[in-house]
Design a protein around this ligand. Structure first.
Ligand SMILES: Cc1ncc(C[n+]2csc(CCOP(=O)(O)OP(=O)(O)O)c2C)c(N)n1
Ligand SMILES: [Mg+2]
Length: 618
């Protein structure tokens, strides 16, 4: 039999292959790689770049190319796209070699930590090495086999370097498998030496056929289910902690039914917020360091904690102080065995939806005590406060919550907003709350908003960004303008790092180096606020900007921005010293054991006292 072959470069074969990949779950198919972001340099312009041009000229829908402004930003956009697609679809990112490639490393870590699929295609140094060292090559005197792309290894769930065209098919197939594996997924990196990208090869035509990657829903092992059901039946004060896995698995309806049938209250992690709408009778809101008073009170007393699709970050457990009852035991439903084994829990390694359905059957009508069920959820009032002359941040968030429709998306990542939103935001849709808190990466906000909106063009996306995050990375505003991607960006200016300022104060470090100020004549960085005008900055990038001073002006501007059909940024200054409401959660941030400062010594004493609450969960 003769194999039919197609002669293409490595870059062309890669583009053609990616365009033909589909994912499938529950019978629904969609493109696995919906497009490609990129920034060209000598490491990809002639290889993958030429291939993308050919693809666009042949059929603009084949693998749509979008030009990004910062390589880190484009990976954030791809990760947000994947999150908003419940991990069933993502984007590829092509970069040059050297700095273009390493700019993607932060994005790769973010994707892997959040278990979000992204496909990274950094250019790499010549395979032939004839011209070495090439521009931007880091030379390792001990090995010619090393390039800066090796820094992707620890932050990727799959890494390969395609030294020869013959290696491409197996590398691409492995990449697709990992991207679509719910337990293994994360950043997948195929490093592409710049000469290899342009080499021609005779590929079997079969390589380019349409492929459907089934996203599995593993069923729980019956014995594990029995152990979990027995422990839950013995519980008097059980509590569910719903994580991101509930949303990715589209298990929200199964969770609602399970909680209603058993009466077990449901608390939510950052990634799991949206697992239930805020007003569902079973929902007690956010838990942990940024949790609500109600959820944290239930957590303190819980005898059995059922984690579903959570990796138990320190924010969720309040640094292992949230679950305080003697003998508290855990059931961990997770598609990843690694997470299911945490806190010495009974592991149910399974898809969240499959496990909840099976567990409901195993419990056969068991319900918690009615008295336990009746415990009320305490309401927060911070939204309706009115501070002057400058508003506090929580009241601004309250206005965003009111102006946003049920299916609109709120999106942020770092600073003081994630904690306040976790506690206060009234979520009404599983995709309505997009707070990246696995890596809590400053600079994710605007880039992530771009990706989330590309994934869900029918939803309004409210990007909430602090002045610190904005200054770190706002460049993808330009991409949003170019692509006519409509975002509502809320820029909250409090002259620096309000969150770290408050943290600094709590550890006795007196807000040192956390606000944006001039250096004083005495040499300290404590002069007047800098005259930075971020609203003017956004305007200069081609974004429509509305400036608000009061909460009422803010509401008005936000309504205009929501109604607009172009990207609009609403600028508001807030008072960084108005404290956010507190739900009693602790966070372990070690304090200096010896210090000249009294403030630090006091903080150390408070730290040591709080540390007593920390548990091992063994
Ligand atoms: C890339 C990155 N660098 C540093 C940090 C540590 N960090 C967390 S929040 C923050 C300040 C954020 O400032 P801003 O965006 O203005 O938000 P605010 O704290 O004022 O609410 C810093 C420096 C981080 N999360 N990400
Ligand atoms: Mg700030």
């Amino acid at each position: 039999m003769t194999t039919v072959t197609v002669r293409l470069t490595v870059g062309q074969a890669l583009v053609r292959f990616l365009a033909a990949q589909l994912s499938e779950r529950d019978g629904a198919r969609r493109r696995l790689i919906a497009g490609c972001f990129g920034i060209f340099g000598h490491g990809n312009v002639a290889g993958v770049g030429e291939a993308l041009l050919e693809a666009e000229l042949a059929d603009p829908a084949m693998l749509p190319y979008r030009q990004a402004r910062n390589e880190q930003g484009m990976v954030h956009a791809a990760a947000a796209f994947a999150r908003a697609s419940n991990r069933l679809s993502t984007l590829a990112c092509t970069s040059s070699i050297g700095p273009g490639a390493t700019n993607m490393v932060t994005g790769a870590a973010l994707a892997t930590i959040n278990r979000l699929p992204v496909l990274l295609l950094p250019g790499d140094i010549f395979a032939t090495r004839v011209a070495s060292p090439v521009l931007q090559q880091l030379e390792d005197p001990t090995s010619y086999d090393v390039s800066v792309n090796d820094t992707f290894r620890p932050v990727s769930r799959f890494f390969d370097r395609v030294w020869r065209p013959e290696q491409l098919p197996s590398a691409m197939l492995a990449a697709m498998r990992v991207l679509t594996d719910p337990a293994e997924t994360g950043a997948v990196t195929l490093a592409l030496p710049q000469d290899v990208q342009t080499e021609a090869h005779d590929w079997p035509a079969e390589l380019f056929r349409e492929r459907v990657w089934h996203v599995r829903r593993p069923e729980p092992e019956p014995a594990a289910l029995d152990r979990a059901a027995a422990l839950i039946r013995s519980a008097r004060r059980p509590l569910i902690v719903a994580g991101g896995g509930v949303i990715y698995s589209e298990a929200t309806e199964a969770l609602r039914a399970f909680a209603a049938a058993t009466g077990i209250p449901v608390a939510m992690t950052q990634a799991g917020k949206g697992s239930l709408p805020y007003d569902d009778p079973s929902c007690v809101g956010a838990v942990g360091a940024t949790g609500t008073t109600a959820a944290n009170a239930l957590a303190r007393e819980a005898d059995v904690v059922i984690g579903i699709g959570t990796r138990w970050s320190d924010f969720t457990t309040a640094s292992r102080s949230a679950f305080a009852a003697d003998g508290v035991a855990f059931v961990n439903i997770n598609v990843a065995a690694f997470d299911a084994a945490k806190h010495a829990g009974i592991g149910v390694v399974a898809d969240a939806r499959a496990a909840l359905t099976a567990l409901a059957g195993s419990l056969g009508g068991w319900r918690v005590d009615p008295e336990y069920r009746e415990r009320a959820r305490r309401l927060e009032r911070a939204y309706t406060a009115r501070h002057s002359p400058l508003p506090g941040q929580a009241e601004i968030l309250g206005v965003v919550n009111e102006v946003a429709a049920a299916t609109d998306v709120v999106l942020t990542a770092a600073g003081s907003m994630p904690g306040e939103l976790h506690r206060l935001w009234r979520v009404r849709d599983p995709q309505g709350y997009h707070v990246e808190y696995g890596y809590s990466c400053m600079g994710y906000e605007i880039a992530g908003g771009l990706g989330a909106k590309l994934a869900a063009p029918d939803r309004e996306v409210f990007v909430l960004v602090g002045d610190g995050s904005y200054l770190m990375m706002a460049q993808e505003l330009v991409t949003a303008v170019a692509e006519r991607v409509k975002l509502v960006v809320v820029l909250v200016d409090n002259h620096g790092f309000a969150s770290i300022g408050a943290l600094s104060e709590s550890v006795g470090s007196q807000r040192f180096g956390t606000s944006y100020r001039y250096r004083s004549p005495d040499g300290r960085l404590d002069g007047d606020y800098l005259p930075v005008d971020l609203a003017a900055n956004a305007e200069s990038l081609g974004v429509r900007v509305l400036r608000a001073r009061t909460t009422d002006e803010f509401r008005n501007a936000l309504e205009q921005a929501r109604a607009a059909d172009e990207i609009t940024l609403v600028f508001i200054e807030t008072d960084p010293l108005i404290p956010a409401p507190d739900g009693g959660g602790w966070w372990d941030v070690p304090v200096a054991a010896t210090a000249a400062l009294q403030s630090t010594r006091d903080a150390r004493a408070a730290y040591q006292a709080a540390k007593q609450r920390q548990r091992d969960y063994l």
